[in-house]
Design a protein around this ligand. Sequence first.
Ligand code: TXA
Ligand code: MG
Length: 347
Amino acid sequence: MNDDDATGRGAEKAPRVVDGPSGTRLAVEALRAGDVVAIPTETVYGLAADATNELAIAKIFAVKGRPTNHPLIVHIGSADQLDDWAVDISDHAGALADAFWPGPMTLLVRRSVKAIDAVTGGRDTVGLRVPAHPVALELLNEFGGGVAAPSANRFGRVSPTTAAHVVADLGSDISLVLDGGPCSVGVESTIIDVSGETAVVLRPGGLSLEMISEVLGFRPVVEQPSAAVGESRAPGTLAMHYAPKARIVIASAETLADSLAVAVRDGGGKVGLLSPAYVRDVPEEIVVLEPAGGPENYAEVLYARLRQADRLGLTVLVCIPPTPDGRGLAVLDRLQRAAAAGLSTQD
Ligand code: TXA
Ligand code: MG
């Protein structure tokens, strides 16, 4: 999926992976030059460009292969910049920004004129986030402006949580990857629509519902994603997203034996197992992945395990999800989307 016209680069050159202060400086220069660059955040790696540069934004969509009406999150260096990008900021928005930025939370607010159509997909809201990653914050503060960045994966695939994942996914379609180590959260930010009277969670993520509820004083509604294109209020949170190549089957401890037996019978290939803890008496032909642990750890390792499943050539991955508290809700959400993708024709 090289798009040399849009990215202005040859197809064979691997991206340069840089780190440290000199790496950050190179990344800032690339942003100023209107180029795209992969950057670390605490959630997942992002594919970044100057949020005010329409041509640079177009490169993000070309590299990702993503429909241009799917809006991008604008990353800012501090909550003080909220006023630059948003108008009519609600009390809920202010309270959440105060409590959780920098952090794995994206707020949808009414946009100011600074948020261009190329970023918002023509919507009247903009998604804003202050990431809690020292390298990302250093980059944002040196750059000074807003940085638009979706996750640095191809459209519909699993988000990258290491610089190596980015290189494997995007290869020569980008020229620079800023390496900030493995992402500590491991799932994308929680998206909260605070553009109206109330607060609605459009995507469960790194910030838990419990923590949000504590600040709001009520438990926000979580909008269920739709399998149909165009129906979700956050385009790109479609049920088919976050898909590995292996078919995902969700099981419980009680149904595991049956699920594995059915997967072996129908899978026609290698069947794997991912669970919070080691399971006893698993049939010998099952490829048992290293356990994912409790909700927080499960979130941290989820995407790496899904990639490992693909590398091992598994045709089916049977997953026992973590408990749906903390980041466990986001893990369950991603597993359900991946399971739905397996039923569609996406590959
Ligand atoms: O953790 C994250 O959020 C990562 C890191 C890089 O910050 N970013 C990320 O971006 O996951 P992306 O583009 O892969 O997912 C953001 C989702 C998309 O589904 C997009 O449609 C939705 O947020 N979104 C962004 N701005 C929106 C808006 N104004 N209205 C509705 N949905 C919006
Ligand atoms: Mg994404």
